[in-house]
Design a protein around this ligand. Sequence first.
Ligand code: PHE
Length: 359
Amino acid sequence: MTDIAALQSEILAQVSAATDEAALDAVRVGTLGKKGSVSALLATMGKLSPDERKVQGPLFNGLRDTITEAIAARKVQLADAALDARLAGETLDVTLPARAENSGSIHPISQVLDEVVAIFAELGFGVAEGPDVEFDDYNFTRLNIPPDHPARQMQDTFYVAPQADGTSHVLRTHTSPVQVRTMLNTKPPIRIISLGRTYRVDSDATHSPMFHQVEALVVDKGIHLGHLKWTVEQFCKAFFEIDQIELRARPSFFPFTEPSLEWDMRCDRSVPGKITFGTGNDWLELGGSGMVHRKVLENCGIDASQYSGFAFGFGLDRMAMLKYGMPDIRSFFESDLRWLKHYGFQPLDIPTLDGGLSR
Ligand code: PHE
């Protein structure tokens, strides 16, 4: 009896010492297997006398059952532990920061176009549009630049192959042909801006073969240079978001305006890489303007004895470069994502005439 009790506790110790399924199986084979210690004990039953068997039989069977149960229980325990270990090892680390979404941004030119439209909308201007591939007639002839006139050489033009119907086209060299389109289609009073792409054969750090202009045109009775000056001033103050600006008008020449003026804005460029407006001894060129030439009014069906008008055309890329501090115009159109990420805009911040930003 003591033998059986000792054997049982020894085997139970082995069972609980088994730390994986293989070790547990070795215990099972060593005890309950064909040649196992418990099986050997059970095999001796046949040799016992009936009386001895009555006493020993239940003890042997009890030993076998206890061991069988212990092994089964340990097996479940080991399987649970193995599962726990696996689960612990495979845990998803939900604290990892998510990968940032690659969101786009607003190109500085688009931003500036929106700003300009918002500013002129407050002044009561509508937006007129025209095509990039323009009739030579609208780009030049009706603007008082007849064929073979030397003034055509002021603008290095991309010519388009002549059309079958005899019309000739160019990539518009300025936004002024939209003046022609508007005057042909609408009766005064006219108060529009036209903005978009323009093209000239030119390329360096401050010239790109494709660039952007904003054109303003006002035609009504009694329009004079004072209106032009006031409008240019309002626009510059709102665009650059400063109240203190000083403008200078220089006499100039454009075939489509008379008189013609070019506008400069006072600025300080004495600190390298920095530009301040309103002070300093330097002047920044904004663009051309003037009173619409009476020949142009007449070319577009407007009675020049009744109506007068002013127009100006400013370079938007250069204005954007100055406002947002970009050194090279060509980078606007290179589609370099690093540049776009750096200079791109997220929300639409649009200046108002009060010199503040609206959202
Ligand atoms: N179209 C002219 C240019 O591009 C600018 C301009 C516009 C001048 C309107 C006068 C009036 O050079």
